[in-house]
Ligand binder design. Sequence first.
Ligand code: 5GP
Ligand code: MN
Length: 339
Amino acid sequence: MNPITEIIKDLTTPKKLVITMHQKPDGDAMGSALGLFHYLIQFGHDATVISPTNWASFLNWMPGCKAVIDYDKDTLKSDALISDADWIFCLDFNTLSRTKNMEQALLKSNAQRILIDHHQQPQTEVFSFGISDTTKSSTAEMVYDFIYASGYQDKINDAISQCIYAGVMTDTGSFRFPSTSPSVHVLVSDLLKRGLQQSVIHENLFDNFSENRLKFIGNVLLNRMEVFYEFNTALITIPQNDLFKYDIKTGDTEGLVNYPLSIEGIKMAAIIIDRGEERKCSFRSKGNFDVNTFARKYFNGGGHFNAAGGSSKEPLESVITQFKLAISENKNELSTYQF
Ligand code: 5GP
Ligand code: MN
């Protein structure tokens, strides 16, 4: 993978571009992709954002989101765009398998694949150009850095500001995770000086849910959470029936995994959701417990040091058993609490 700075000289020559991100995009994946989109179209490029799957409706307010193509829904059109592209920007994922059904189309395309990402252990051999920096708060921050590195920061408009702010804010847990470096606050200061209305973005992202979702959360906290004090760990398990009962949509379960971390002394929180076709897991930790390694070792996943995910095709009960075994194998690391 060559440095991303090598593409800067070609930025002003119009091309066919595809911008994509990991499946079930979160605020950072969608925000970084749309932020980059609003930047690149200003050079006359023919750019399309394609998401590998559908996404949470609380992202729909983002400028440009309604024009994003869902690969699963519009596969033929997406395949044609991917095959015809000169450049494909791959944002907020480290391995092509994170694009699910889109992976083969990405591999087949003759386009140059360009990576912008902050996850650990990137699959660098499949990208022609790119930047991987695991110290960065978010891919959205990296898109902002790329805009500055290319020297056209005068092109940062309100659409770009909104998308980048949403990505940085969601991936830093509203500026509370250790990844919230001084550069993050400088970025926010810059966007505010440019006129960004940040409280509107917080409302758009966090105050747009259904009454059902709140009742669902009440049920989860009351009936679906188990705390293992011996391991400083808490686990939420959600059977598929709950998803039907409360009419839970994509995105409605996002952030749930963080609730148990507010219990004193809890060092790791996990959630296992039975999504029918698979059991999806999320892991969050505080301090020195590495959930990236944990997710890789036991749940075919990965992510960051303090936030990772994985999945399993096994039944829910087996995944729960596997989780309990995994925490007992990590008892030493989990029982010593250190920041
Ligand atoms: P979440 O738990 O919010 O889905 O994801 C937390 C972090 O772990 C994100 O950075 C996400 O990209 C990563 N992640 C989530 N699920 C998986 C997975 O199945 N495989 C890998 N490699 N990373 C994942
Ligand atoms: Mn991210």
